[in-house]
Design a protein around this ligand. Structure first.
Ligand SMILES: [Zn+2]
Length: 244
């Protein structure tokens, strides 16, 4: 693999210059904003009775890395920068899924790990089946399916989490539509729509982080909705014998 091979995959890019995709590059600031606001929520929650949640903190840092990696890809536009873009995203998807299975479905680490392995095994098949009509966006379809799937499974145990995950899944589906519209609309909208994929994804990642922080048993932060359900969640966790 030639790491310095140029990649011209998006409507906005019309040359090899560093700033040839200004909107696609600058819109990655949304990931940094998402990480900063999530960090503020995390600090507030850490001061409460739930204590510091190192898993959520690691995922917040990962969202900032996603923004940095995507910025590199949309400026340098070469193969190594593409890896800097996709690897942090893949890490976030898989780490969040593992935590979601553990916390939202109250599985043991072992069972959550098996669930993650099943997702890893099924993802290529789902991506391949989604080639039409999703094209190059088909590799993100398994992540959308996981949001709907875990949301549906979590609904009975905790309707707040179930509804939140399915709502975030719907938002991510809209985000995918922005990604898919980039090339087809290019002739009439020369800047493309890829920057909207970044902005919507930043919102999706922020909402996922917020859910993770606010649904931790013992959460005493600002959201009344999450406080109430978090107390309920605590009781459920305690009745299962493993507050997490
Ligand atoms: Zn991008």
């Amino acid at each position: 693999m030639e790491l310095h091979q140029a990649i011209d995959a998006y409507c906005e890019r019309v040359g090899a210059a560093f700033w040839a995709e200004p909107l696609n590059a600058v819109s990655n600031g949304a990931f940094l904003i998402a990480a900063v606001v999530a960090f503020v929520l995390w600090r507030r929650a850490a001061r409460g009775t739930s204590g510091p949640d190192v898993y959520a903190l690691a995922l917040i840092a990962l969202v900032a890395v996603v923004g940095a990696g995507s910025f590199l890809f949309h400026t340098f536009a070469v193969r190594w920068a593409a890896l800097a873009d996709v690897i942090p995203i893949a890490l976030f998807i898989h780490a969040y899924l593992l935590l979601a299975l553990k916390r939202y479905l109250a599985l043991s680490w072992g069972r959550a790990g098996l669930g993650l392995l099943a997702f890893l095994a099924l993802s290529p098949l789902i991506g391949w089946m989604a080639q039409f009509p999703f094209g190059s966006s088909s590799s993100y379809v398994p992540a959308a399916a996981a949001l709907y799937g875990v949301g549906g499974l979590a609904w009975r145990r905790d309707p707040t989490v179930g509804k939140s995950l399915i709502g975030i899944g719907a938002l991510f589906s809209l985000s995918l539509a922005w990604r898919m519209a980039d090339e087809p609309l290019c002739s009439v909208w020369p800047v493309g729509t890829h920057f909207m994929w970044h902005i919507f994804n930043a919102i999706v990642l922020f909402l996922l982080l917020r859910l993770l922080i606010c649904r931790k048993p013992g959460y005493t932060g600002g959201s009344k909705q999450f406080q109430e359900t978090s107390r309920t969640g605590s009781r459920i966790e305690k009745s299962n014998g493993s507050p997490f």
